[in-house]
Design a protein around this ligand. Structure first.
Ligand code: NI
Length: 432
């Protein structure tokens, strides 16, 4: 299937580390972008999409989420982090069964596709539910089973790691799917367990992702137990690596930032989740200044409560200006990079997705520019961060295949998905 986006405005790299818009044809041959601003020789379109009044962007990349948590949307609000996690979320997670995970993940994918996200790094706790949902929906995903373990639960930790490795083996080579190992957090994994997970990551050549320095409680706990900051603790057990993605990183000292920059980790910053759970504001400007690759995540819908990356980009752009009293911080250009190429780099998908460039996977989103709140068209990259809300998404394509168009989901039975997730909530008793 070849698609021609005819004379469309596209956001492309400007060759100097930023982005610019160009107007022209964009061609997709099979799964790949085959022409940007030109039609390659011999190209014949099966479908032509008129680009008038539209903006083409690379699919957005959600670098930290828990997709199955759509089932908990608006279930545990207005609680502080510790009460939220240990009082509400962990107890009800014990009641989830395969079908709950599977349908809630599909609902999450619907929301992502409808708001322009084509790829996510998902920390989940089911086995095979997320890969099945991902394969059927056609969205791109990096999946990881959250791992907790240590001396107080040696068998549980071993089992979870074994199940994660088996799941990865089962889905080897599946289209649009890759995996990481995901030790959950410094406060849910002891040093022995973290070393073991890091050794398993080495053996299987897998990247890792982990929650880090999310709350002040975590800092206190890790300092009391190990006499270190959470990043120092992870470094002492070999978890801070070039291919590790650290989510949140709200509370970092200057030396933590320097350590993480030296180790080359990526950070997935989650501004809305950090605000909602009262955890604070990550010092993203300091991370960017130190040269850390920063990506953007929404976290799960129990702490956001959406998977809408356009909304998240807006918060990312605005938050740091207010927090630091400096309107020049975290520009629209920087935020756009974090939501696209920065996410791809964090997820090990650099050169695969995250840019409109010939040879990359055709993970593309068409936005309708004919909205009153987007007029006049002065700076469309600024518009993405400061004016859009996600409702402008008209078409979402992953690997050259249209998965969402004008309210219709082409690979997901939307009605059944919603019905099944509502049925899960009935069974779980999550309604107020
Ligand atoms: Ni999280």
């Amino acid at each position: 299937m070849n698609t021609l986006f005819k004379n469309i405005t596209s956001v492309v790299p400007d060759g100097a580390g930023g982005f610019k818009t160009i107007k022209g044809d964009v061609c997709v041959s099979g799964e790949l972008i085959s022409g940007v601003g030109r039609v390659p020789e011999g190209f014949a379109a099966d479908r032509t999409i008129d680009g008038a009044g539209k903006l083409l962007i690379p699919g957005l990349i959600n670098a930290h989420t828990h997709v199955y948590m759509t089932v908990f949307r608006n279930y545990a609000d207005d609680l502080d982090f510790t009460d939220w996690l240990f009082g509400r979320i962990l107890p009800i997670e014990d009641k989830l069964v395969y079908d709950d995970y599977y349908w809630a993940t599909k609902l999450g994918y619907m929301e992502m596709l409808a708001t322009g996200t084509t790829c996510s790094l998902d920390m989940n706790i089911s086995i095979n539910a997320a890969p099945n949902a991902q394969q059927e929906s056609g969205i791109r995903a990096v999946l990881s089973r959250g791992l907790t373990g240590g001396a107080d639960d040696p068998d549980g930790g071993e089992r979870r790691l074994r199940e994660a490795l088996e799941e990865i083996e089962t889905w080897k080579g599946a289209k649009g799917l890759s995996f990481m190992l995901a030790p959950h957090a410094p406060y849910t994994c002891d040093p022995g367990y973290l070393r073991e997970v890091a050794a398993a990551a080495d053996k299987a050549a897998l990247p890792m992702n982990i929650h880090l320095s999310e709350s002040l409680d975590e800092l206190k706990t890790i300092r009391e137990k190990y006499g270190m900051s959470p990043p120092e603790y992870l470094d002492s057990v070999g978890v801070l690596r070039r291919d590790t993605v650290c989510a949140h990183c709200v509370h970092l000292s200057e030396s933590d930032v320097a350590l993480m920059a030296a180790r080359g980790v990526s950070v997935a910053s989650n501004p809305v989740s950090n605000l909602k759970l009262g955890n604070g504001t990550a010092n993203v400007p300091a991370m960017l200044k130190a040269g850390i690759n920063v990506a953007i995540g929404t976290d799960g819908t129990a702490s956001n409560n959406t998977l809408n990356m356009i909304r998240e980009m807006s918060f990312m752009s605005l938050l740091h200006k207010g927090a630091h009293g400096d309107a020049s911080l975290v520009s629209a250009q920087e935020t756009f990079r974090m939501a696209t190429a920065g996410g791809a780099k964090a997820l090990g998908l650099e050169g695969v997705t995250g840019e409109i460039r010939e040879g990359l996977q055709a993970d593309l989103v068409v936005l309708d520019l004919d909205k009153p709140w987007l007029r006049p068209h002065n700076d469309l990259i600024a518009s993405l961060c400061y004016s859009m809300n996600g409702s402008e998404v008209e078409l979402t394509m992953v690997a050259g295949k249209v998965l969402y168009e004008k309210g219709e989901f082409l690979t997901i039975d939307a009605e059944e998905t919603v019905r099944r997730v509502e049925a899960s909530c009935d069974r779980l008793g999550t309604r107020r």
